[in-house]
Design a protein around this ligand. Structure first.
Ligand code: GLN
Ligand code: ZN
Length: 770
């Protein structure tokens, strides 16, 4: 049989046990011993699950209390000086308090230390803790977690394959905290720690070690390619008695293939889901003695593997290399998919027919084993039966009426340039909108949500549980909305919002009302630390059977003479924060969503809502990992937004909102979206993010956020005036709006009122009327 290889397993626990234990520990409800025990049970279950599933190379050290990059930072002792007041309990312990302080900051017992920065793990929705490096950075083995966890599994009779992020990827994931050096310059100081770890793992009885180097599948320069050669020669020499497996994922090797294949290691893993075509290119160049691990089972999405296609790939590799030198594997760590499909039993939100097309982490292990057996021609009757069932599931997906709706496909096909273009260019629209709304200079608005207090969440939970009726819930939402409208009037805000009290989440709320969507009960995926998300599943052609937001927007508008802004989530963001179809291009799905949003835009317009915001905070995170692919993506992403927003009257004002930093490299595409107003997050960068707009001579209106909504701190008027003066220095005053950085749903009422009051004052000061 072919060997099966797993790269990593979800570690939050089947029922989010780790989340619960971590949060209880942080709240001092349980002690360290109980937390460690909860974690140990998760690891034991994971290892046993994988052994039972027939995985040969089972990972260890893929467990993490918070984040695997932070684990490594502690392992190699790259602890920023601001944490040096915390005690190091020695390498054999987890150093939990220091570790959590680095992850979350620490504000107690007279200490006030900020957390390390967090950012997205490649193009996933997982966030890692960014290592911080200084020029004279020293490294030393500070935590033996990787060795301890190997020994822990060994005691259970399982010889695991310890997983480490490779040294080059680790440095590249970090950030220089001072100038005058590049983080890769630190490599020679870092390598001895890796050598020491490899020595200890060999002594402990490890056979294989997995080193993750996803940067080998990204854009890197010649110098980095050469460094790969040198670094791995050194590690190979130090790894006496050990075999090294270098792992790449999320992209194809492309121009780095030669470098990757020349590394003096025993195995190389490639992602054949994202990089389907690379197998044929690579096979002829695989040197003798190198084993190829084939990532054929999608670790990023929840679809059942298509056995026939995967088997073709495996066969190609086996024919070229022999079955000894081929492993079957998921494409990447299974961290990015939910735990176990068997826990789903809600026919209402996840129909059986749809469920039959899915596989979560546990099911993917079984797929890997099935494929290995089938490819080796060693399938027993049960495996053979599963193969037949797999073919039937694929066939049902190709033809199911639940998925395929001709009228939706035809509508997307029929989209014209006209559908993606407003009637008049911006200056003409602006004049008509000004005539209609007569807004003052430095018009004030907010981004949409108002505080989602415990009360609001309780009403929603009670409705779900059936404790209250729909009528009672609606009554409550109506009261909250009215209160919020009155408050905004009192504050003298110019463009009001209804407050989004009826929404749980900006994607789920729409997904629940669109057809082609399914939902899980327990499909949690780690986003960061103890935070998990439950992305909805787009399985079929998307359409909008009925109004989604008109009721509450129209109600809010009926309460006031000021314009109320309708509030929608954009097509790219809806796509990006869902599990998406793999049976058609992402662009196709996005256009379908765009048309559904357009229908809603037009319904709002008809209901008298003439300012409509379409949020696209995720447009940038959808950027492909390789620069060469950016343009194609941005072209369809921008067009999809335009499809959702162009077919409206000239005097209907379209807003969009984005809350991410760095617009520099995509500013022309942001401009091409042609929203009448864009609100962005800028306060934490002291308006510096506006420079991209200024340099580009961005023509439409902009609302740069004047205060940070992530913190309860109430800024005063003067601070905001200062920020607005800064904005005015680079953007013509006639283009500027005044608003917070983002929605206010995580804030409490008192600070919200105080901050908005100061914000309106600041706008009036700029108008010269206060
Ligand atoms: N309209 C949304 C809100 O205010 C926008 C949230 C976001 O940008 N993430 O909550
Ligand atoms: Zn935002």
């Amino acid at each position: 049989m072919l060997k099966t290889n797993n790269l990593g397993y979800p570690r939050i626990g089947a029922l989010r046990e780790l989340k619960k234990a971590n949060e209880a520990y942080w709240a001092k409800k349980i002690g360290q011993r109980e937390l460690l025990e909860a974690a140990r049970i998760i690891r034991e279950n994971n290892w046993k699950t994988q052994r039972e599933a027939g995985i040969n190379l089972i990972p260890s050290n893929d467990f993490s209390f918070y984040d695997q990059v932070l684990d490594l930072t502690l392992t190699v002792g790259a602890i920023p000086t601001r944490y040096h007041g915390f005690t190091l309990e020695g390498p054999s312990s987890y150093n939990l308090d220091l570790y959590f302080a680095m992850a979350r900051g620490f504000q107690q017992e007279g200490l006030d230390v900020t957390a390390m920065e967090m950012t997205k793990w490649f193009d996933t929705n997982y966030h890692y803790i960014v290592p911080e490096f200084v020029k004279d950075q020293q490294f030393s083995l500070t935590s033996e977690k990787v060795i301890n966890e190997f020994n822990e599994a060994k005691q259970l009779g399982i010889i695991t394959k310890p997983v480490l992020i490779g040294p080059i990827t680790y440095l590249l994931l970090g950030k220089e905290k001072a100038s005058g050096f590049h983080r890769l310059d630190l490599i020679d100081r870092l390598l001895p720690v890796y050598e020491e770890i490899l020595g200890k793992l060999a002594a402990a009885g490890a056979e294989w070690v997995q080193l993750d180097e996803p940067f080998l599948a990204l854009d890197i320069d010649d110098r980095t390619r050469q460094l790969y050669q040198r670094v791995y020669s050194r590690l190979a020499a130090a790894a006496e008695g050990l075999k090294l497996s270098v792992t790449t994922y999320f992209e194809s090797l492309r121009e780095n293939a030669e470098t990757a294949l020349a590394l003096p290691v025993q195995a190389l893993h490639i992602d054949l889901v994202r990089g389907e075509k690379q197998l044929a290119e690579i096979l002829p160049a695989v040197p003798a003695g190198l084993t190829l691990s084939l990532g054929v089972v999608d670790g990023r999405n929840i679809w059942k593997n298509d056995y026939e296609t995967a088997l073709q790939q495996i066969k190609l590799a086996v024919d070229a290399l022999g079955s000894e030198r081929v492993w079957v594997a998921p494409s990447c760590s299974l961290l990015h998919v939910p735990f176990d499909l068997d826990l789903e039993d809600n026919e209402q939100s996840l129909p059986a027919e749809v469920k039959n097309w899915l596989a979560f982490a546990k099911q993917k292990l079984a797929e890997v084993t099935d494929l290995a057996r089938l490819a080796a021609g060693e399938a027993d009757a049960a495996t053979q039966a599963r193969f037949e069932a797999n073919k039937a599931a694929q066939q049902s997906r190709r033809t199911s009426r639940l998925i395929h709706r001709d009228e939706v496909k035809a509508r997307v096909k029929g989209i014209t340039d006209d559908d993606a273009t407003r009637t008049s260019p911006f200056p003409a629209r602006k004049a008509k909108q000004q005539a209609r709304f007569n807004l003052p200079a430095f018009a004030t608005t907010t981004i949409g949500s108002f505080p989602q207090t415990r009360d609001v969440r309780k009403w929603r939970a009670d409705l779900k549980k059936g404790v209250i009726t729909q009528d009672e819930y609606d009554q409550f939402i109506a009261e909250e909305t009215e209160r919020t409208i009155r408050l905004q009037e009192e504050l003298d805000i110019d463009v009001l919002v209804h407050g989004e009290f009826e929404r749980n989440d900006m994607v789920e709320y729409f997904g629940e009302q669109l057809s082609g969507y399914a939902f899980t009960k327990n499909g949690w995926v780690q986003s960061y630390g103890s935070r998990c998300v439950k992305p909805p599943i787009i399985y079929g052609d998307v359409s909008r059977p009925a109004d989604m937001t008109v009721r509450w927007s129209a109600y809010a508008q009926s309460l006031t003479n000021r314009p109320v802004k309708g509030m929608l989530t954009g097509p790219v963001t809806i796509l990006q924060w869902s599990f998406v179809r793999n049976d058609q291009p992402r662009s196709e799905t996005t256009y379908q969503i765009a048309l559904a949003i357009l229908d809603e835009v037009q319904a709002l317009e008809k209901a008298g809502i003439k300012i409509i915001q379409i949020d696209e905070p995720a447009i940038r995170e959808g950027l492909p990992l390789r620069k060469a692919d950016h343009k194609a993506y941005l072209d369809w992403a921008v067009r999809a937004f335009r499809v959702s927003s162009s077919n409206v009257e000239d005097d209907t004002q379209i807003h969009t909102h984005m809350c991410y930093s760095e617009f520099n490299d995509i500013i022309e595409h942001i401009a091409a979206m042609d929203a009448d107003v864009i609100t962005i997050e800028t306060s934490r960068s002291q308006m510096e993010l506006l420079d991209a707009f200024a340099d580009f001579n961005y023509p439409n209106d902009i609302g740069p956020g004047v205060y940070d909504i992530h913190s309860p701190r109430v800024p005063n008027k003067e601070e905001m005036v200062k920020l607005l003066e800064k904005a005015k220095a680079v953007i013509p005053a006639g283009q500027l709006w005044v608003n917070p950085d983002c929605g206010l749903k995580t804030r409490a009422w008192p600070e919200t009122k105080a901050a908005l009051e100061a914000m309106v004052d600041a706008a009036k000061t700029l108008r010269g009327v206060a």
